[in-house]
Design a protein around this ligand. Structure first.
Ligand code: FEO
Ligand code: CA
Ligand code: CA
Length: 719
């Protein structure tokens, strides 16, 4: 009998590779020496000195010509830190107020009833309702004539990812059900439409910086796990994307488990498919119908034969549900869904300003558990650079560099601009050397052994390299990381930050300087400074902060965290993009934790980071030498907010004027509940919304939601 399995197990390790590959290492070392030979003396000395990074807030000379100019004077944190708490509410600093913008099931248009708190909403109504599992998010200013206005704060389009259908599954009458091994079609239909993303128009309320959703706006839109999409880039039309739904391999149907996000300077939203293994199964015995190469690829991406679909979306009777099982069932790929698995794991571009536009999966950015896609600030005449992490244990960090050079005339260019900048470029994967240097390894067919003769996997062409870039990265000798989650580029100096949320399975024999703790339960944040500009192929790195309990062992608390700023499992990360004076360079850090939740719910901190090299060499208690950033201080890192019970805080964006902060709360009350009495471990947001907020007030079922945080005096957030 089919039993409901747990959702996709991100404890699983599907990277069996023995990186770094010796030949590749040798070649890389040679190329590094060659590269160093061509560099200025100061930089060369820094690179060759093991763990001897210089303080590098300034420029090293001509090699840094593409690094954004330093911003004006550094901001100062201007709020009192919030104490750790287990309270079932959003706790914000004194002087701040919290309102609910939208929550699971809220109607975006007129004609649908508001949330009933009993799971009675119809599946099809989720085409017009806010989805579940709020996650990555971005605010695009909206001009009076309906165009992207990067400077506008009082009116905008808010794009929010709906990552997955979260426990206790309050969108159904009595949670998820399974009967005789099968999910009810109505539940599956509702889940398919509750996934994806939402676009809603938001505007300021009268008399302050608080904002509300504009119900019925023509911009309001859902993109779901059933929305037709196109493929762009080298994998479009690939034989391994052919299916019964897409005989030419150029179409996709739906996006899944969209976690974090990104945005483009031309005004489109990037939304990234992460744990899509949640919705795909593969029949037992399928290997006998597959080539050896296919079996290698399917296993490397976590889909061995006989793996059940965790959500059971392939269990209802009928043709529409067959596509959730990636198995050979007919004579040709155009007659079945054998390749449907390959249609997930991409970055999807959505043009929020054209509600009828078709989303495009941009294959040039690669396929993996795409956490997000974080752009460096665009510079006219320079390539578009986008960073990504593959959030699974022992997976990799990637960087995309466009062929086309940024032309500000492309603002508002929609999908055409997307094709120009995102369909042709170079994908790299990171190697973090133990000496504090790093290299970007190109993933290009025909280079570095990535061709049909590769012993690991026979890469047929560039589309194949991108579709299976985990295997390409294995071969190139990338560094296995502790679950790369969100990233961001510091607008003050171009340095890149990325959270390594945790890795309980990091073992002593796989330690490296960038992942230096065994059984890393509290996570850390790696940062790097590109050499030779944002598109360069070498970098210097250190560990900005180590997560730890302030009351824990000193040997664990390597960054000197205190009760006012200690955290565990950093996940969401966002450099404030406000253009108002003093805001640039403010860093927001969010947690998705299970290791410190005996003391506090998940949280968000505000930080003012320095730069790579501002700390010291350190050796972890396991004996791994590494380089940490300057210790946290009361002035540099403060807890800004604590979320409700059993939630994850994920997704944050600030309006350009810095006065409105949007934050997402995912899976409050992530546990079983009693649907007969509507009793759960959390009753948020119904227990925090005031009576004047009738769409949320008093409801018992916990719901993921977007909150709006403003200062009571209307001033800038956090400063
Ligand atoms: Fe959906 Fe890696 O968090
Ligand atoms: Ca995440
Ligand atoms: Ca996480």
């Amino acid at each position: 009998m089919y039993t409901m399995t747990n959702d996709y197990d991100d404890d699983a390790i599907v990277n069996p590779s023995a990186n770094p590959h010796f030949d590749t290492l040798l070649a890389a070392r040679l190329s590094r020496r060659q590269a160093l030979g061509g560099m200025g003396g100061a930089a060369t000395g820094a690179l060759l000195g093991a763990l001897a990074l210089p303080g590098c807030g300034g420029s090293d000379g001509a090699a840094d010509d593409a690094t954004p100019a330093p911003a004006p004077a550094a901001p100062r944190l201007g709020f009192a830190p919030v104490a750790k708490t287990l309270a079932d509410r959003i706790t914000a600093p004194e002087g701040y107020q919290v309102s609910i913008l939208h929550a699971l099931g809220d109607p975006m248009h007129w004609g649908d009833a508001s949330w009933q708190d009993d799971g009675s909403e119809t599946p099809e109504s989720y085409e017009r309702r806010i989805g579940c599992g709020h996650d990555g998010m971005y605010f695009f200013g909206l001009s009076d004539d309906g165009r992207f206005d990067a400077g506008r704060s009082d009116r905008g389009l808010l794009c929010v990812n709906h990552e997955y259908v979260v426990a206790p599954y309050g969108l159904h009458p009595a949670g998820r059900t399974v009967t005789d091994g099968k999910r009810p079609a109505a539940e599956v239909d509702k889940e398919i439409l509750a996934h994806g993303a939402s676009v809603v128009e938001v505007r300021r309320k009268a008399g302050g910086a608080d904002m509300e959703m504009v119900r019925g706006s023509p911009y309001n839109r859902r993109v779901t796990s059933a929305t037709p999409m196109d493929f762009g880039g080298p994998a479009a039309g690939h034989a391994k994307l052919v299916s019964k739904l897409s005989p030419d391999g150029r179409r996709a149907f739906g996006m899944n488990n969209n976690c974090a996000c990104g945005y483009t300077p031309w005004g489109t939203y990037l939304t990234c498919e992460e744990n899509y293994l949640n919705v795909i199964g593969r029949a037992a015995g399928d290997d006998a119908r597959r080539s050896a190469a296919e079996i290698v690829a399917l296993k490397r991406y976590g889909l061995p034969e006989g793996r059940k679909n965790p959500y059971g979306w392939d269990t209802p009777e009928g043709e529409p549900y067959q596509r959730w099982n990636s198995r050979v069932s007919a004579a040709s790929a155009a007659e079945d869904y054998r390749h449907i698995f390959n249609s997930f794991g991409w970055v999807v571009e959505i043009d929020p300003f054209r509600p009828g536009s078709t989303p495009v999966k941009r294959s040039a950015l690669g396929r993996f558990n795409h956490e997000g896609a974080w752009p460096a600030p665009a510079v006219a005449g320079q390539p578009i650079v986008i960073y990504s992490g593959d959030d699974a244990r022992n997976e990799y960090v990637f960087k995309y560099v466009s062929d086309a050079l940024w032309d500000p005339a492309d603002v508002n260019g929609g999908s055409a601009a997307g094709a120009k900048y995102l369909d042709r470029g170079t994908l790299y994967v990171a190697r973090f050397n133990d000496d504090g240097t790093g290299e970007w390894l190109e993933l290009a067919h025909g280079k570095g052994g990535l061709d049909a003769s590769c012993p690991l996997y026979p890469f047929a062409d560039q589309g194949d390299v991108l579709m299976h870039c985990r295997l390409a990265a294995d071969w190139r000798g990338a560094t296995k990381m502790d679950r790369p989650e969100w990233g961001g580029v510091n607008p003050r100096n171009g340095e890149v930050y990325m959270t390594m949320t945790n890795n309980a399975k990091r073992t002593a024999d796989t330690l490296n300087a960038a992942n230096p703790r065994v059984g890393n339960k509290n996570g850390h944040i790696v940062r790097w400074r590109e050499i030779g500009g944002q598109a360069g192929t070498m970098f210097q790195w250190d560990v900005y902060l180590f997560g730890a309990r302030a009351d824990g062992k000193q040997s664990e608390n390597l960054s000197g965290l205190t009760d006012d700023n200690d955290f565990s499992s950093p996940d969401g990360l966002y450099f404030d993009q406000r253009t108002a004076p003093g805001g640039a360079g403010l860093l927001w850090i969010q947690t998705d934790d299970g290791a410190y939740t005996d003391v506090t719910n998940c949280m968000m901190l505000a930080a003012l980071p320095g730069q790579v090299g501002d700390g010291a060499a350190v050796t972890t208690r396991e004996g791994q030498a590494t380089r940490k950033g300057a210790d946290a201080t009361a002035d540099s890192v403060r807890r800004f907010l604590v979320g409700p019970v059993d939630c994850e805080i994920t997704g944050v964006v600030v309006t350009p004027d810095g006065k409105t902060l949007f934050v997402n709360v995912q899976h409050p009350g992530e546990d079983k509940g009693d649907f007969t009495t509507n009793t759960f471990t959390s009753h948020w947001p119904g227990n925090q919304a005031p009576a004047s907020d009738s769409a949320h007030h008093g409801h018992k079922r916990p719901r993921s939601a977007t909150v709006v945080i403003t200062r009571r005096d209307g001033g800038p957030i956090a400063l």
